[in-house]
Design a binder for this molecule. Sequence first.
Ligand code: NAD
Ligand code: UFG
Length: 337
Amino acid sequence: MNILVTGGAGFIGSHTLIELYKAGHTALVVDNLYNSKEEALTRVAGILDIDHIPFVKADIRDREALEKVFSTNTFDACIHFAGLKAVGESVAKPLEYYENNMNGTFVLLDVMRRHNCKNIIFSSSATVYGDPAIIPITEDCPKGQCTNPYGQTKSMLEQVMIDLQKADTEWNVVLLRYFNPIGAHPSGRIGENPNGIPNNLMPYITQVAVGKRESLGVFGNDYPTHDGTGVRDYIHVVDLATAHVAALQAIERKQGLAVYNIGTGHGYSVLDVVNTFMKVNNLTIPYQIKPRRAGDIATCYCNPAKAEKELGWKAQYGLEEMCRDSWNWQRNNPNGY
Ligand code: NAD
Ligand code: UFG
């Protein structure tokens, strides 16, 4: 299939491009490079040993630019990664987040249907469950109260696409609720490249390891978990990438609407991650216990059985590989791209 990949220069998009091409698909990326570098696409092409990845630098809110992309290409489906994703920033800049994520998706969906491309895979998030009512989380767990505008955009956009598919059943909509993607391509040539001080755990750890930050703050050790620190379902970004290839197969089978949790089903605490990182990479990560971070929950991990049953997809990598590959990327690229 030929796939439009919005936000394809970003962390998850760049890894997904590799798995798409490996599975025999082709892609064109539309990205405004707000949170990424074109160099990522050059490296993806290098890993794949191809000349280049077709790329249009454009904002998906720019209807004219998207119309032009669709008039000059034929797409079988779109994988829609483009969006702003920093939880804390979304609290400080709600209008910017709602505007970018909602309007970008509205324009994209409208241009898609005008060009009769009615297959979409959407990057949703475990954040839609809020403080989950059921652990491990299954897809029928009720959506919860999102504590930030970023999470609200994911929850609302899911609903927009559910309603769209209900109104026009020619649409195939696959909502992938990602848990916590970490790791990097085993080549160490592409990986996560956050701007400024990392918000997320793994990039913070790797920046401490590489000497850019002094010590990790562990946000709370009084949660009701096995060691008091927050528990999450970390998933290797390459596994996350292959889930998109599996979701495309579901689209080929005309699945209609489908929702999947994309995680490993294992919950690891902050200290489990720190200790595994130190052991696997033979490094010391100094850390200090800090107060809880506002909006954080104690425990979040999924039951990924539905994706395995219906998509034939299952995560292959464990926490050790995630820690090894995150460090391999950071060590080889101390300043990112
Ligand atoms: P990322 O920031 O690395 O990638 C997103 C890409 O979208 C960037 O390259 C950015 O430049 C681009 N972009 C943003 N707004 C755009 C616009 N209006 N027009 C064109 N391009 C635009 O983020 P990521 O970690 O790769 O995440 C990809 C998707 O997955 C996002 O939608 C994110 O919300 C979602 N997600 C991420 C996580 C995570 O922890 N990384 C978890 C759950 C869901
Ligand atoms: N943490 C620390 N210190 C840090 C950073 C994080 O102790 O410097 C802790 C957090 O308190 C939490 C755990 O590490 O217990 C994971 O935190 P992250 O910020 O890495 O990830 P979150 O689970 O908070 O959120 C991430 C994304 C969201 C997404 C969610 C579920 O940032 O966008 O995963 O997919 F919605």
